[in-house]
Ligand binder design. Structure first.
Ligand SMILES: Cc1cc2nc3c(=O)[nH]c(=O)nc-3n(C[C@H](O)[C@H](O)[C@H](O)COP(=O)(O)OP(=O)(O)OC[C@H]3O[C@@H](n4cnc5c(N)ncnc54)[C@H](O)[C@@H]3O)c2cc1C
Length: 396
C-alpha cells in the first residue's frame, strides 16, 4: 500500500466532539457527506465548555441580528427534537432584571426591550415589587426593573449531546474518541490533519474545539481574540419544591472585584429534583491556556453567588450542595459574541477551514451546526452571520 492510499480521506472532518461539532457532523452527514469527528477525550465529556444539566434558552438579544438568529434556531431545535425523539427545549420563561442600563456580555435590558418591540417578540415589563411578589425574590433595590419573556427557559444539555451522538453514529459518521488533532495543514485542495494515531485528509475541516481553537490556529498565523474563564456553577436546594420561577439573570453595576452578574435556573422540569443551579458570570482571571483550568471553582465566586441568593432569593437554601466549574470562552469584543466563518484569506487554504467558537452558544447549537455544514458543502450559508466572520488580518 502506498503512503497516499494509507491516508484516510473524508469530505468533512470535525475537530471537537462537543455539541457544536456533533451538530455540524449531523448536518453534514445528513446531506450525504463522509464525515469523521475527532474528540481529544471521550464523547459527552464535561471537561471543556459544556457541562451540567441545562443552559439558558432565550429568544431575546440586544443585537437585532442575534435576536433573529434565535428565532431561526427554533425550527432547527424542533427538527432535532423530532429526529432524537426527545424534548430538548423547555419553556418556563426568561426573566432579566436589575439595572436596566448596565451593559454586560449578556446584553443590556433597556436596549433588549427595544429590540423585542422592533421584532414583535412578546414580553412583560416588571418592577422590583412585581418581581418580588410574583417570583419570591426579596430586598431588591427599588430601581430594579426588567422583563419576563415567556418563550425562554432551558435546553437539556445532556439529552442534546446524547441525541446528536446517536444520530451522527446512526447516519454513518465516524466518531473517534481519545484522538486529539495535533496539527492542521490546509492547502488549496483541502486540509491534512494529524493525530497521535494517524494522518488524515479532508476536503473541509470544521474547527469546533471551543477554548482550544487558537492552539490549532496559531501555527497557521491566526489568533482569535478570545478570553477563556473558568466559571463557577453551584447546586443548591430549593426550600419549597413546588415553587416555580423562570430562569433569572440579574444585571448589576460591576464591583471593583468582579462583574457582579448572577443567574439561576428553577428545578429541572425533566428531572424529579428540588435542586437548582445558580452561577456568577465573572469575567475575571482569564486563563492564559485552557490547560491551566483547575476544574474547581474560585471559592470567592461561589460565596458571592450564595450570598446573593441568601439576600435576595429566600426560596432557595444558600448552602452549596455541589460546586463545579466550566470553561467559558468569550470573544474579547463583547459586541461580537461568536467567531463563525472560514479562515479564507487568513492563510493558504483557509477557505477549507470553518471555525465555530466562542460565546453563549448552546442555544444556537443546531443552527451553528447547519451553518458549518453549509460552509463546508456549499461554500456559503443561507443565514445572516457575516458579522460573526473572522476579522480581516491586521496589516503590520
Ligand atoms: C458556565 C457556563 C454557562 C453557560 N451558559 C450558557 C447559557 O445559559 N446559554 C447558552 O446558550 N450558552 C451557555 N454557555 C455556553 C455554551 O455552554 C457553549 O457555547 C457550548 O457548550 C460550547 O460547545 P462547543 O461544542 O462549541 O464546545 P465544547 O463543549 O468546549 O467542545 C469542544 C470539544 O473539543 C474538544 N477538543 C478540543 N481540542 C481538540 C483537539 N485538538 N482535537 C480533538 N478534540 C478537541 C474538547 O475536548 C471538547 O470536547 C455557557 C458556558 C459556560 C461555561
Amino acid at each position: 500500500m502506498d503512503l497516499v492510499s494509507a491516508v484516510e480521506h473524508y469530505d468533512v472532518v470535525v475537530v471537537g466532539g462537543g455539541p457544536v461539532g456533533l451538530a455540524s457532523a449531523w448536518h453534514a452527514v445528513r446531506r450525504g457527506a463522509r464525515v469523521a469527528v475527532f474528540e481529544q477525550f471521550e464523547f459527552g465529556n464535561e471537561r471543556s465548555g459544556t457541562s451540567g444539566a441545562e443552559r439558558h434558552w432565550r429568544l431575546q438579544y440586544t443585537e437585532p441580528d442575534l435576536c433573529r438568529l434565535t428565532g431561526e434556531a427554533l425550527p432547527l431545535w424542533r427538527d432535532l427534537e423530532r429526529a432524537s425523539g426527545e424534548t430538548l427545549l423547555h419553556a418556563f420563561g426568561s426573566l432579566w432584571f436589575g439595572d436596566v442600563d448596565v451593559a454586560t456580555n449578556e446584553g443590556k435590558i433597556s436596549e433588549t426591550a427595544r429590540t423585542m418591540d422592533q421584532l414583535s417578540i412578546p414580553y412583560e415589563w416588571l418592577t422590583a415589587s412585581d418581581i418580588e411578589r410574583r417570583y419570591g425574590f426579596a430586598h431588591l433595590p427599588r430601581h430594579f426593573e426588567g422583563f419576563v419573556q415567556p418563550d425562554g427557559g432551558a435546553v437539556d444539555v445532556r439529552a442534546t449531546v446524547a441525541g446528536l451522538l446517536r444520530l451522527t453514529e446512526a447516519a454513518g459518521c465516524v466518531l473517534r474518541a481519545d484522538e486529539p488533532v495535533r496539527e492542521l495543514a490546509p492547502d488549496v485542495d483541502g486540509v491534512r490533519l494529524s493525530t497521535p494515531r494517524g494522518r488524515y485528509r479532508a476536503d473541509k475541516v470544521v474547527l469546533a474545539n471551543g477554548p482550544y481553537a487558537n492552539r490549532l490556529l496559531e501555527p497557521l498565523g491566526i489568533r482569535l481574540e478570545l478570553n477563556v474563564f473558568e466559571m463557577a456553577l453551584v447546586t443548591l436546594r430549593q426550600r419549597d419544591p413546588r415553587a416555580r420561577h423562570p430562569f433569572w439573570f440579574v444585571f448589576q453595576e460591576p464591583t471593583e472585584e468582579d462583574t457582579n452578574l448572577f443567574y439561576g435556573f428553577p428545578p429541572n422540569s425533566w428531572q424529579d429534583t428540588d435542586h437548582v443551579r445558580i452561577g456568577p458570570v465573572f469575567e475575571v482571571n482569564a486563563l492564559s491556556d485552557p490547560e491551566r483550568a483547575t476544574g474547581t471553582p474560585d471559592p470567592r465566586h461561589v460565596t458571592r453567588a450564595c450570598d446573593w441568593v441568601e439576600r435576595h432569593l429566600p426560596l432557595v437554601d444558600p448552602r452549596p450542595l455541589v460546586r463545579s466549574a466550566c470553561l467559558a470562552v468569550l470573544p474579547a469584543d463583547p459586541e461580537r459574541q461568536f467567531f463563525l466563518g472560514t479562515a479564507g484569506g487568513r492563510c493558504t487554504g483557509g477557505e477549507n477551514v470553518v471555525i465555530a467558537t466562542g460565546g453563549w452558544g448552546f442555544k444556537f447549537v443546531p443552527l451553528l451546526g447547519k451553518v458549518c455544514a453549509q460552509l463546508c458543502l456549499d461554500g456559503a450559508t443561507t443565514y445572516d452571520v457575516d458579522r460573526l466572520a473572522l476579522p480581516a488580518p491586521t496589516r503590520p
